[in-house]
Design a protein around this ligand. Structure first.
Ligand code: FAD
Length: 547
């Protein structure tokens, strides 16, 4: 017999954990949280630098790959996504960035009432436990630890001076009034440990009797009767199980998982579903369309001094010291995430806000996740913040275990190509400043031969890839636009009892790393649902009391 819940949340990732926590604050809500991955017991999840161990770990990861990308010399790009409690927030680079105020103003301008900056800021703050304390833009006491690295480094300081030489200001807070600038990242850590959304939102409420967290549960489809979602089918222990829902099924399976599950359920582009012999339950063109991602290309440098992480990991003695530093003081290189410092800059003076982000990384490797070079090296990765190119996520079969086909469609527009060229040229310009020159023995990549726009673009095509921020495959927007999948209260257009809350609903990818915005989306939907419940309870009461 199927169990019944008020809400079924699919996916215990950044948004899903926040939702499960907030919905079960009300003891009258019975919530089922279904997660395809397992418990977050792997210790490397919890040590920040473990990012480089888990990024391609098959047990914690879906390990997607794009289809051959036409603009990237036909290469397939590896797309890690978390498959474990915490989702991608359990394996991400920990950098805490919200995006720009203007991103959310644009969401509102696109017809999404309640998603402007002033509307979303309270939810960023509600989520946050800012180590520096609360102020007009930051929150304290929330579940999500946001911390400083509390360590400076000669290479980052040199970048700060280099930026000063070319007119980019120093900033102490990329999530402050103005994102533009150079400085140190804050990370989603607490007391030196990773603060994934499972750590922040789930583990503290393990005891709540109204929350049932089921792991190793692969959702195969949503059950729709008439025009209403009434339950969910999922595989666990080789058995197909069913759970029923009274209020809403909420998809928080991420920018790949959410459109995949909708399509498997017959909700999506009718032509494509019919080709796969899937009964079309609801023809909705935008499901799996409009995919966006941040594309990155890296500049690698051989350093003149043995001050990089490459140098430290070479020596077993140094490795031991680093371990000791983390165990005793929760500091040192083991506390770093996907970058110690960053730069947000404009590639064109006429721009109002930055269009590129740099991750300044104190080591070098051939590819993310590969062994570090045996020489002293560091990396400046540059990504375009507001790509115009849009791709697709489409299921390839009726089997929920099969990966969908991902076409990222990188560098499809002239703006995107020029922005990457200009970003790489900015990295070169910084490398040639008085501040950086003494630290750089050689630019290994793109390398001195790359010295024209064409050559920089060819380099980006040859070596560029994802910075792991896919979004927008179930876009939020008005029903009058057939590409839109959910309305401003995240209800699926045309069906009842079905909502989506995760990276997939972003109308446009935010200008920065995406975890904080996904958590904000989870917080905001929980608040809207509670508001609706209060309104309907009071309407019922009015009815009873009215003569
Ligand atoms: C390697 C990497 C580095 C990153 N670095 C950063 C960073 O430094 N800073 C930052 O802000 N962002 C970073 N990001 C991006 C950020 O982590 C994601 O945007 C964010 O976590 C996405 O949240 P979500 O809720 O949309 O989905 P997710 O957190 O991915 O959660 C989706 C969940 O749904 C589950 N699921 C999917 N399909 C099913 C199914 N069929 N049945 C049951 N469960 C299912 C998944 O297993 C997963 O747990 C990074 C991401 C990656 C992968």
């Amino acid at each position: 017999m199927a169990e019944s819940y008020d809400y079924i949340v699919i996916g215990a990732g950044s948004a899903g954990c926040a939702l499960a926590n907030r919905l079960t604050e009300d003891p009258s809500n019975r919530v089922l949280l279904l997660e395809a991955g397992g418990r977050d017991w792997n210790p490397w999840i919890h040590v920040p630098v473990g990012y480089y161990k888990t990024i391609f770990n098959k047990k914690l990861n879906w390990g997607y790959e794009t289809e051959p990308e036409p603009a990237l010399d036909g290469r397939r790009i590896a797309w890690p996504r978390g498959r474990v409690l915490g989702g991608s927030s359990a394996i991400n680079g920990l950098v805490y960035i919200r995006g720009q105020r203007e991103d959310f103003q644009l969401w509102r301008q696109m017809g999404n009432q309640g998603w402007g900056w002033d509307d979303v800021l309270p939810f960023f703050k509600k989520a946050e436990d800012q180590e520096r304390g609360a102020d007009a833009l930051h929150g304290e006491g929330g579940p999500l630890g946001v911390s400083d690295l509390n360590q400076t480094h000669e290479i980052i300081e040199a970048y700060v001076n280099a930026c000063d030489e070319i007119g980019i200001p120093r900033t102490a807070d990329f999530n402050g009034e103005d994102q533009e600038g150079v400085g140190y990242f804050q990370l989603t850590t607490k007391n030196g440990f990773r603060c994934s959304s499972a750590v922040a939102y789930l583990h503290p409420i393990d005891h709540r009797p109204n929350l049932n967290v089921v792991t190793d549960a692969l959702v195969s489809r949503i059950v729709v009767e008439g025009k209403r979602a009434t339950g969910v089918m999922y595989w666990q222990d080789r058995q197909l199980k069913r759970a029923d829902v009274e209020a809403d099924v909420i998809l928080s399976a991420g920018a790949i998982g959410s459109p995949q599950i909708l399509q498997l359920s017959g909700i999506g582009p009718g032509d494509h579903l019919s080709e796969l012999d899937i009964k079309v339950v609801h023809d909705l063109k935008g499901v799996g369309a409009n995919l966006q991602d941040h594309f990155q290309a890296r500049s690698l440098y051989r350093c003149t001094k043995p001050i990089t992480l490459n140098d430290r990991v070479k020596s077993p003695w140094q490795k031991m010291l680093m371990g000791l530093e983390w165990v005793t003081k929760r500091s040192g290189p083991l506390t770093i995430g996907a970058g110690q410092g960053g730069i947000f800059a404009k590639t064109r003076p006429e721009l109002e806000t930055p269009d590129v982000q740099f991750h300044l990384i104190l080591f070098s490797a051939d590819k993310p996740g590969e062994p570090l070079h045996d020489f002293s090296g560091f990396t400046a990765s540059v990504c375009q913040l507001r790509p115009e190119s849009r791709g697709t996520v489409m299921i390839a079969s009726r089997d929920p275990k099969d990966h969908p086909k991902i076409h990222a469609n990188y560098l499809a527009t002239e703006t995107d190509r020029q922005c990457m060229v200009d970003g790489l040229k900015l990295a070169r310009r910084l490398a040639e400043t008085n501040a950086m020159r003494p630290l750089i023995a050689e630019e290994i990549e793109p390398g001195p031969d790359v010295d024209s726009d064409e050559a920089f673009l060819a380099y980006a095509r040859r070596r560029g890839g994802t910075i792991f921020h896919p979004t927008s495959t179930c876009m939020m927007g008005p029903e009058s636009n057939p590409q839109m999948v959910v309305d401003h209260r995240l209800r699926l257009h045309g069906l009842q009892g079905l909502r989506v809350a995760d990276a997939s609903i972003m109308p446009t990818v935010v200008s920065g790393n995406t975890n904080a915005a996904c958590i904000m989306i989870g917080e905001k939907l929980a608040d809207m649902i509670q508001e609706e419940r209060r309104a309907s309870a009071s309407a019922r009461l009015q009815k009873v009391l009215s003569p």
